[in-house]
Design a protein around this ligand. Structure first.
Ligand code: ZN
Ligand code: FE
Length: 239
């Protein structure tokens, strides 16, 4: 399996998970169809599945067009069946979804939206976290409570540290400024910021991160309790 990063819209990332044995592929959160179609055509892939982390338009915008063009099946959280366009396969918390050589655990991580899930490909140790865990940040709380978001992040914190994290947006630089403003003297964060800047200077994505790096540098994962987390989330909303 390999993961290709596809830039979409302003600052979204969609991802193609490609089985290199047979060119079968899944796309995660296709914001729009066109850049995905270009990549599929250029690399002669078979798009089998569309995986949605949540229902926001910048994550499902390409669903219907891709489904129509390739006959791909759309997978999303069962409680969001009314608001994920074209949904075919309903999944739930802790379920293992498996088809062809793709195998992913579904983890329900509410907070940003009530139906937000992540796709954890445990054999490859890669996770697609949508708008819940960003590199050096976390999503805004639109539909859930602080407690739900805090608990959702705690679920992600317990994954193996070498798990690669692929998130929904390129927000890392701005997030890094927030982290370094509210946590001084974090050497690992300072190192990560140097890496981030050198990637961005070359127009490269700062993604993937890892759970280990996020534990060391992401201030939202470093919050000791719900109160501290909630305070940080409020500060970030106005940052
Ligand atoms: Zn969102
Ligand atoms: Fe988003």
């Amino acid at each position: 399996m390999k993961v290709e990063i596809i830039k979409c819209l302003e600052d979204n990332y969609s991802y193609l998970i490609i089985d290199t044995n047979n060119n079968n592929a899944c796309v995660v959160d296709p914001s729009e169809a066109e850049p995905i179609i270009d990549f599929i055509q250029n690399n002669k892939l078979n798009l089998n599945f569309i995986l949605n982390t949540h229902h926001h338009y910048d994550h499902v915008g390409g669903n219907n067009e891709l489904k129509k063009k390739y006959g791909a099946k759309i997978i999303g959280f069962k409680n969001d069946k009314e608001r994920i366009p074209g949904i075919d396969i309903l999944v739930e918390d802790n379920e293992i979804w498996k088809s062809k050589n793709f195998e992913s655990k579904i983890i329900h991580i509410p907070g940003h939206t009530s139906g937000h899930i992540c796709f954890y490909f445990f054999k490859e140790k890669i996770i697609f976290t949508g708008d819940t865990l960003f590199s050096l940040g976390c999503g805004r709380i639109f539909e859930g409570t602080y407690k739900e978001m805090f608990n959702s992040l705690n679920k992600l914190k317990s994954l193996p540290q070498n798990t690669k994290v692929y998130c929904g947006h390129e927000y890392t630089l701005k997030n890094s400024l927030f982290c370094s403003k509210y946590e001084k003297n974090n050497k690992k964060l300072e190192m990560k910021i140097l890496e981030i800047n050198s990637k961005l200077e070359k127009s490269l994505p700062t993604i993937p991160s890892t759970i280990g790096e996020e534990l060391a540098c992401n201030i939202f994962l470093r919050a000791k309790n719900l109160e501290e987390f909630s305070k940080l989330r409020d500060l970030k909303d106005n940052f």
